[in-house]
Design a protein around this ligand. Structure first.
Ligand code: MG
Length: 156
């Protein structure tokens, strides 16, 4: 089964920039109810999509106080439990981050390791790609960040 996830968050000053569970030095971070980790949010949606069980908003509504300020790794953990119940394992995860600033090349390996650890899979099953938005639109003006994630699941 294949799943796709997309997420966007607004970038504002005086907020941490958390991507794939890694806090990256940055003048701006995501404005969000949770930690605003676009990669982990898109990952949850990709995994939920592959399972055919709705989206992150269905499972972790931002109106529910229990998720206020929650680390997105908590969401990923819940989603992996749903996969275990269905005896599904991750074949691979492929992430694309679209961010104008800062450059995240130096953090890609740490992000990949963090996703592999959260999902209990080898790092070889996770890929992180990053691109700028060529200074175009709101991502290009560093007012927002996008992430796309595709995954494949298989039955054990
Ligand atoms: Mg989000």
């Amino acid at each position: 089964m294949i799943g796709i996830g997309f997420d966007v968050h607004k970038l504002v000053e005086k907020r941490p920039l958390v991507l794939a569970g890694v806090t990256i030095p940055s003048e701006k971070g995501a404005l969000a109810h949770s930690d605003g980790d676009v990669i982990l949010h898109a990952l949850c949606d990709a995994l939920l999509g592959a399972m055919g069980v709705g989206d992150i908003g269905d499972h972790f509504p931002d109106t529910d106080p229990q998720w206020k300020g929650a680390s997105s790794s908590v969401f990923v953990h819940h989603v992996t439990l749903l996969m275990q119940e269905r005896r599904l394992f991750i074949v691979n995860i492929d992430c694309t981050l679209v961010l104008q600033e800062p450059k995240i090349a130096a953090y890609k390996h740490e992000m990949k390791s963090a996703i592999a650890a959260l999902c209990s899979i080898p790092e070889s099953r996770v890929n992180i790609k990053a691109t700028t938005n060529e200074h175009l639109g709101y991502v290009g003006r560093n007012e927002g960040v996008h992430a796309f994630v595709v995954c494949e699941l298989q039955k054990l």
